[in-house]
Design a protein around this ligand. Structure first.
Ligand code: CUA
Length: 153
């Protein structure tokens, strides 16, 4: 005779769960964190900070450095960059033409670079060595040659 009560409790709990999930997804706008900011792909070269790709020390922010990458078929600018060991780095990347990938081998950094959007990822490189950056979105005949390198020293 308790079956009915338990069944009611079970369905009630399910409804509460679905409501919470629904509210968090649609009302609070919980979305995967990438491609938050827009940019005109034709003006990448003259838009800050993409007019100066590479590593830059910053003050008064939650991170120590900004590392800017511009992707275009079939390379990244910069093609190689040194990052100080243990520094907190905000990676900011975009593309001038088609969709490219931005995967840092050996880490969990794996972004998609879409024309018109800025992809960001903040991380700390706490292991010295070379990190290969790969394009994992097929972008044309030179796709397989499209790489860059982060050297943590
Ligand atoms: Cu760029 Cu594949």
């Amino acid at each position: 005779k308790f079956e009915k009560a338990w069944l009611t409790f079970g369905i009630g709990a399910l409804l509460v769960f679905l409501t919470v999930l629904g509210v968090s997804a649609f009302y609070l706008g919980n979305q995967p964190p990438s491609c938050l900011v827009t940019i005109d792909p034709a003006k990448v070269d003259t838009t800050k900070p993409f007019n100066e790709p590479g590593l830059k020390k910053v003050e008064g922010k939650d991170w120590d450095y900004e590392l800017v990458f511009v992707a275009s078929a079939f390379s990244y600018n910069p093609a190689s960059v040194e990052v100080p060991y243990g520094a907190k780095v905000k990676i900011m990347a975009t593309t001038k033409d088609v969709v490219h990938g931005f995967q840092v081998a050996g880490t969990n950094i794996n972004m998609m670079l879409e024309p018109g959007y800025i992809s960001e990822y903040t991380t700390t490189f706490d292991k010295a060595g070379e990190y290969l950056i790969l394009c994992n979105e097929y972008c044309g005949v030179g796709h397989h040659m499209m790489t860059s390198k982060i050297e943590v020293v």
